[in-house]
Design a protein around this ligand. Sequence first.
Ligand code: MTE
Length: 333
Amino acid sequence: MLIKSRNNGFIHPVASEITPQGIYTQRRELIRLMATGAAGAALATWAMRDAQAQTVTARPGKLTALTAAKSMVSGATTVEKITEYKDAAGYNNFYEFGTDKSDPARNAHTLQTSPWTVAVEGLVKKPANYTLEDLLKLSPQEERIYRLRCVEGWSMVIPWVGYSLSELIKKVEPLSSAKYVEFVTLADRKTMPYVSTHVLNWPYVEGLRMDEAMHPLTLLTFGMYGEILPKQNGAPLRLVVPWKYGFKSGKSLVKIRFTDKEPMTAWHQAAPQEYGFYSNVNPNVDHPRWSQARERRIGEDGLFSQKRKTLMFNGYEAQVGQLYAGMDLKKYY
Ligand code: MTE
């Protein structure tokens, strides 16, 4: 994510402000050497990403703790090539572990994913603390191939493993007054090095309207590529909301709270003009500082590759368009 500089209101990626000086200087030197003209710049991006992907060495292992995942393809992505594992697990946004795309793969090994509990609370008949094991048993897992389109203009196609969040919601029986669901993720200074910085107001919080949370596409996710989620991808459980920009998909969830008020999300709080509550993927509504009409598919960004057109609701319009019927999507961005 890119956010405004606190110093002068001018705009640049925050990563350069807080990446350790040595690494930052090395990177700048690499870019300086390679970025000689447009082709050079493209090569620099490509080469750096490839170098980042190399940081993914250990894979967390098979889904032994999960029920056997039956394959279910959703979202018309079958003709699209699945992103390589090394890219999906090596190019991440997880600000609790750093703001550079390679930081989470390098730093997230400190995250303790066991034991893990998720508190389900607020406007529900049956509030409960679920252990990870309870959640894994709650409903059969499925493999779903979803695109994830980041607000920064890149996308991936990933086989996720989990079940619809609606399965959990039905179990806890929300009250009729519950209109929204707030998702709170872990903020642990001891294991998450950037939680002591002021990059965001921790914990990372996201939210959905009740009907969005109940939509069958909204996936409570425990794995990817048939394996346990790597820590940098949000272990032990995260959300994947494929028709919204990637930041709506909160990682390492610890609390799910039902409320009658629109939750204040971490990115909206950080930059309200730039990141709204809805954050639906929409090629017709530009980010204030860049167009959202096209995207770069991670893994296909060689020297001469073309950007793809971004699809309305990330290609899931047939499934979710009716949730927003009659809404002005420029106003509710
Ligand atoms: N969840 C937490 N807790 N912290 C984060 O910084 N980043 C979000 C989202 N979930 C983020 C998070 C953003 S900006 C994106 S694009 C996706 O995670 C990236 O998911 P990925 O790294 O698995 O592709």
